[in-house]
Structures are given as C-alpha cells and as structure tokens.
Design a protein around this ligand. Structure first.
Ligand code: NI
Length: 172
C-alpha cells in the first residue's frame, strides 16, 4: 500500500521518533509500504515520520542509474557511529518539500549501525550520495529537515513556498 507523505510544515515532522523495541509484522509491512512509496515518488530515501509514524525507521536506495540493480535498504534504529572530517556538499531535496533544493554540507563518509528487517544488527560504511542520504533520513528521526541547515532567510522562504503549496493543494 502506498502511503501519503506529510508535507512541511507539519508538527509531526518536528518530533523525535521513538526507538523500535521489537520488530512486529506491522512494522515490516510499514517498511515495505515506505519502500513502495519512495520508489513511486520517486525518491531515494524516506523516514517513518514522513508518513506520520513516529518510529525510528528509514528506507533508502541511492542506486540512481537506470538499469543498475536496485538496493533497497530498511533500517530500524539507525545510528551514525562515526563521521569523517572530510565534508561533502550535495544539493538536497526532500519528499516532504517537493521541488525545493539546496546545498547542504555533511561528513563525506559515515559508519552506520542499524537493525535490518529480520532483526539482525548490521553495520556499513557509506560514502558520497549514500552517506548524504542516510544522514538526511536519520535527521528526520530527530525532527530535523535539510532546510534547518540553511540560513534563516532561505529557510523561511522555502517554508512560505510550502505553506502556499499546501493551501493550493487543500483548495484543489
Ligand atoms: Ni527528507
């Protein structure tokens, strides 16, 4: 089932999500729904708070080249355990702020630990776009959006655009 994605500004996008204590079938189902929702959007990452669920769950797949094998990742309780001093700047976007993009600078390489769909602990080092994406998604679990890294004026401008878009969508 495809889920609807909350649009900024929404109080649920500002909340800290709670750790997943055990992996229920409902949560596995939710992870599958989130992957489907992400691919259809299309996007490369989605966090549970974006579909209104305040659990620490993210999904991502940063394989972008057409024809390359997809690599869907489901992460429960993901944590950045180390980040490189070297930084990387990417133009980021977010499914909760459609059509808005801005440069964000983050550690270029991060070590991440998480629990997979089968309840097994996993860890991996991510680089480049994968590293940016996983950091962006984990931020969502802490109520943080990529626009929170921008200067206030730019952030306010983007928020105003979203308020206007939401008003138009509500009217349609
Ligand atoms: Ni996002």
């Amino acid at each position: 089932m495809k889920r609807s994605i909350l649009l900024h500004p929404d109080p649920r996008l500002k909340k800290v999500a709670k750790p997943v204590a055990d992996l229920s079938d409902d949560l596995r189902l939710l992870a599958g729904d989130m992957l489907r929702t992400m691919y259809e959007a299309p996007g490369i990452g989605l966090a549970a708070p974006q579909v209104g669920v305040l659990d620490r769950l993210i999904v991502l797949d940063c394989v972008k080249e057409e024809g390359d094998k997809p690599r869907p990742l489901v992460m429960f309780n993901p944590q950045i355990v180390a980040g490189s001093d070297e930084l990387n700047t990417y133009e980021e976007g977010c499914l909760s702020l459609p059509d808005l993009y801005a440069d964000v600078t983050r550690p270029k390489v991060v070590d991440v630990e998480w629990v997979d769909r089968d309840g097994n602990p996993q860890s991996e080092t991510f680089d480049g776009l994968w590293a940016t994406c996983v950091q962006h998604e984990i931020d969502h679990l802490d109520g943080k959006l990529f626009i929170d890294y921008l200067k206030p004026l730019k952030r306010q401008m983007m928020t105003r655009k979203m308020v206007k878009l939401k008003r138009e969508l509500a009217r349609a």
